[in-house]
Design a protein. Structure first.
Length: 699
């Protein structure tokens, strides 16, 4: 027979593979079983797999918690490659040995439903009457042929073969039957986006997975003047109740054609958000919640061109969340692309793990595919994350409407608490985009960027920067720092009720919300600045405050204090400089030596106090000093000329009295200290003729 394997999907043994090539394989918790399951919900001898009648049979051995497949407890059932069954809390996939792990196990089209019946029930029927069973099979085959013939003629008969199944019923499905299988027409908003391709309920065996109807989206050539829709979105009309921080699974059967891709996801929110505002209906309140404040995540987009495939996402509802809405999305890149959905299920208590659920000192960060939030803050820290750079038109259309989340493109989200609980390291992997778009609250548009080897600098909200190492943005409870493992190109922009950072090439970053070390460093710089200012070294104080803003601008209070102190010091500097200019003007007007000297001393004092490189009008101040010195020099020249004239007059008097030697000394002193006498002037301040006349008159 063909070699098969059993692949464990859950728990500590996830990924283990056990070969089955014989006639029997025992499964249970006790040692000695061929496959030992380490789960307390698994019985000691739980189940067995055996080869019977040329097929492979799964048989429950009277276990306490039962063996289930497709959510239904079984006693005995024929296995097909790709089947996933559950013992205790552990799921196990039965597949061919040569099929890769995680695929459909090598299964082809589904076998007719009668081969999937509980083998125990079938055996009981054989014991009662083999002829009755044969007759029943003949009737089934004949009925199937008749219905197929009618359908081929365009009749309204039900489906046959694999589609002859009754609508699939999933145990514990939170969706009502008529809504889960589309056998009814209500329960879904078939065009949740007005410009998207509308879904329609398709009736007939060709489109249904089970039952007689399915949900179909097909892109057709647009009418003249219209743009083609590139995606379709259907949404539950009424939300389902989920457990806060409890696991929940969403699944559907999908089929695609023409390059279409299908995905299923949940939009989580709180029932408190459904309280209608004044003049608002309940449906409008739901649409507002889905537009403004919800967590979306689900499966990646799947192509299932060979037939129906079951896709599933296992999730954990964020804390404080108790409602969810199913969203069915079809990406339709070209005309003729189509996607079909059937048999949707939402089941609580699945095997899912949280995308990210991390505690931080009383706060909690919850990341489910798209949104990160820190509870207890004044507002959300990170509103949304979307992949950037995908060239698919349908993906671009979702992104333009704020509907694209990383899980849509197959991104896996991972988060880990940073050492010391200061924030989280967030990573996205598995997709093919060239970066991320991060949405923050509008008040986050106060941005400081550290790029290259430079410190932090304040930038405009609409900025672009290369080689960014860290970004600090926001005020109050929305303040956050983003740190990158390597230089990153970033663009910022405000609009549409959010502040968006686009990271080019970056899929990993640290989201820091606690700044203990930075706060301590900032406060130390504040203390040093205060001490320097009290000692009259205001320039040093300004330098320390600017160092704080350039190196540790993380704490709101410290930054506010630093800005206020620097502003006060600079205002005092401006006042002192303006006073010096006023005094300089007055001194020049009155030609007052004392004023000139007072202004020069004030300029020296300001430069010493603040430092020349920290005075905004230093060039003007230096020009003022030159002007004051020129005024002093002019006064000195006038005063020297007067003193020289007096000394020379005294020398003339000594000459007249016959003291020529003393007169010569006085004239020499005047020449040395006040310069030579002006041309045509003698020691008495008169012209030469006057002096001679006086001398002759004296004789």
């Amino acid at each position: 027979m063909t070699d098969y394997v059993l692949e464990i999907l859950d728990g500590d043994q996830a990924g283990d593979v056990v070969a089955f090539g014989g006639t029997r394989l025992a499964i249970g918790r006790r040692a000695g079983n061929d496959l030992v399951i380490h789960d307390e919900k698994c019985s000691g001898q739980h189940a067995e797999i055996a080869v019977e009648d040329g097929g492979v049979v799964l048989r429950d051995l009277g276990s306490t918690n039962g063996t289930t497949i497709d959510g239904r407890r079984i006693e005995e059932i024929a296995l097909q490659p790709g089947d996933v069954f559950q013992v205790g809390r552990v799921r196990i996939r039965f597949r061919r040995a040569d099929a890769p792990a995680g695929d459909d196990g090598g299964a082809g089209l589904e076998e007719p439903q009668w081969t999937r019946m509980d083998r125990a029930a079938l055996a009981r029927g054989r014991r009662r009457s083999p002829l009755l069973l044969i007759a029943l099979l003949v009737v089934l085959v004949a009925a199937g042929g008749f219905l197929y013939f009618r359908q081929g003629l365009g009749g309204e008969a039900g489906p046959t073969g694999a589609n002859a199944l009754r609508p699939l019923r999933v145990a514990g499905n939170l969706l009502p039957d008529g809504i889960a299988d589309f056998e009814g027409e209500d329960g879904w908003e078939l065009q949740a986006e007005l410009d998207a391709v509308p879904f329609q309920v398709a009736v007939g065996r060709r489109d249904a997975h089970t039952g007689s109807a399915a949900l179909l989206a097909e892109r057709t050539p647009p009418a003249e003047g219209e743009s083609p829709g590139s995606f379709a979105l259907a949404r539950l009309v009424a939300p389902v109740t989920v457990g806060s921080e409890r696991s929940v699974s969403v699944a559907a059967h999908v089929r695609t054609a023409g390059g279409a891709r299908a995905l299923v996801r949940l939009a989580f929110f709180s029932s408190a958000q459904l309280t209608a505002e004044e003049g608002e209906s309940g449906g409008e309140a739901l649409r507002r919640a889905l537009r403004d404040d919800c967590w979306r995540t689900g499966t990646g987009a799947t192509q299932a061109d060979g037939g129906f495939e079951r896709i599933e996402a296992n999730l954990v509802a964020p804390r404080g969340i108790d409602r969810a809405v199913v969203e069915l999305v079809a990406l339709l890149p070209t005309d003729g692309a189509r996607a079909t959905f059937d048999d949707v299920a939402v089941v609580a208590g699945g095997q899912g793990q949280p995308s990210a659920l991390l505690s931080q000192g009383g706060r909690r960060l919850t990341g489910v595919g798209a949104t990160v939030r820190v509870d207890g803050a004044a507002g959300p820290v990170l509103l949304g994350v979307a992949p950037h750079g995908d060239g698919d038109a349908a993906v671009a259309a979702l992104r333009a409407r704020g509907l694209l989340v990383p899980s849509d493109l197959g991104y896996a989200f991972a988060g880990e608490l940073l050492d010391g609980g200061i924030g989280f390291r967030l990573s996205f992997s598995g997709g093919g985009a060239s970066g991320l778009e991060l949405d923050f609250p509008p008040e986050s548009a106060s941005v400081r960027v550290a790029a290259g080897d430079a410190g932090f600098a304040t930038v405009e909200p609409g900025f672009s920067a290369e080689e960014v190492r860290e970004v600090v943005l926001g005020d109050g409870g929305a303040r956050v720092a983003l740190r990158f493992p390597g230089p990153t190109r970033i663009h910022g922009g405000a609009g549409n009720g959010a502040y968006r950072l686009t990271l080019f090439g970056a899929l990993h970053f640290e989201l820091v919300t606690e700044f203990g070390a930075e706060r301590d460093a900032a406060r130390a710089l504040l203390r040093e600045a205060r001490i320097a200012s009290e000692a009259g070294r205001d320039g040093d104080a300004i330098e320390l405050l600017e160092r704080l803003l350039a190196t540790v601008p993380h704490d709101v209070d410290a930054v506010r204090d630093a800005l206020q102190r620097r502003s006060a010091l600079l205002a005092e500097q401006r006042r002192e400089v303006e006073e010096l200019f006023r005094e300089g003007g007055e001194s020049s007007f009155f030609q007052a030596r004392v004023g000139y000297q007072r202004v020069l001393a004030g300029i020296d004092r300001v430069i010493e106090r603040y430092g020349a490189d920290r005075i905004a009008r230093i060039d003007e101040l230096r020009a003022l000093a030159d002007s004051m010195r020129a005024g002093v020099a002019q006064l000195d020249a006038v005063e020297g000329e007067r003193h020289g004239a007096l000394l020379r007059g005294l020398a003339r008097a000594f000459e007249l009295s016959g003291e020529d030697s003393l007169a010569a000394r006085l004239r020499g002193y005047a020449d040395d200290h006040y310069g030579p006498a002006p041309a045509g002037q003698t020691g008495d301040g008169q012209g030469g003729g006057g002096q001679d006349g006086d001398r002759e008159g004296g004789r």
